[in-house]
Write a protein that binds this ligand. Structure first.
Ligand SMILES: CC(C)(COP(=O)(O)OP(=O)(O)OC[C@H]1O[C@@H](n2cnc3c(N)ncnc32)[C@H](O)[C@@H]1OP(=O)(O)O)[C@@H](O)C(=O)NCCC(=O)NCCS
Length: 200
């Protein structure tokens, strides 16, 4: 069994979901949640920068669109996978006379994840990036997207779904709704990293 299963971005639309807009009575959003395609990389990058700004670390995103393309779509075993949320009403597209389009649609949400292996648990899914664009928040889109990520984890037989939630963000309440357990408390530990310049 492959640790990283083949990912076919052509198996495209995973679901269409209707969520009610809290702000405007009687209005609903019909969104599409689908696997990301290579053409979505600029939008994934834009949403990642939006998240960095929200977390008040606007200059800290070093990853480039090329990194996303290369590691997600140009190698045999991609290092990550991504689900994106598209609002068909948000047309970033330019329609040509023959019906083809020049630009991908503007994305309103993204989940980036990859598989890992825990010597205690086995195969795990690690959710690296999860964001719903600011003006769309609070309408149930985050829940719809998170449920899809959980579905992927289930289908791929992962034992746990793991992620970091930043202290003081409303996301913590969101994750608690899904019965997320605080691993810092569970393991009485901290997450560490070593910068490249300090590799010995
Ligand atoms: C967390 C997030 C993905 C949730 O998406 P969403 O579409 O707003 O979520 P839903 O509408 O399904 O659920 C709303 C719930 O999410 C939580 N929430 C978290 N951040 C929120 C925000 N900025 N605005 C509204 N609700 C938010 C609330 O608990 C809310 O519950 P409530 O309506 O009872 O207050 C989204 O708010 C977001 O992108 N936040 C900023 C980025 C972030 O913190 N990402 C996680 C990385 S740590």
């Amino acid at each position: 069994m492959d640790l990283i299963p083949e990912w076919n971005p052509e198996e495209n639309i995973m679901m269409e979901t209707e969520v009610r807009k809290k702000s405007t009575e009687n209005m609903s959003l019909n969104v599409v949640i689908r696997n990301a395609k290579r053409e979505d990389c600029p939008e994934i990058s834009r949403l990642t920068k939006e998240l960095a700004s929200y977390l008040q670390k606007p200059g800290e995103v070093e990853m480039t669109v090329e990194d996303l393309e290369q590691n997600g779509f140009c190698i045999k075993s991609p290092l990550y996978k991504s689900l994106v949320v598209e609002d068909p009403a948000e047309t970033g597209e330019v329609f040509n006379s023959d019906g083809s389009t020049d630009l991908p649609r503007k994305l309103i949400g993204v989940a980036v994840f990859y598989y890992g292996f825990s010597t205690w648990k086995g195969k795990i899914l690690y959710l690296e990036n999860f964001i719903i664009s600011e003006k769309y928040r609070g309408n149930g889109l985050g829940e719809a997207l998170f449920r899809q990520v959980c579905q992927v984890a289930k289908e791929e037989d992962c034992k746990t779904l793991e992620f970091i939630a930043i202290n003081g963000t409303r996301a913590i309440n969101f994750y608690r709704r899904f019965r997320a357990k605080d691993m810092t408390l569970l393991h009485n530990g901290h997450l560490y990293m070593i910068d490249r310049k300090d590799f010995t």
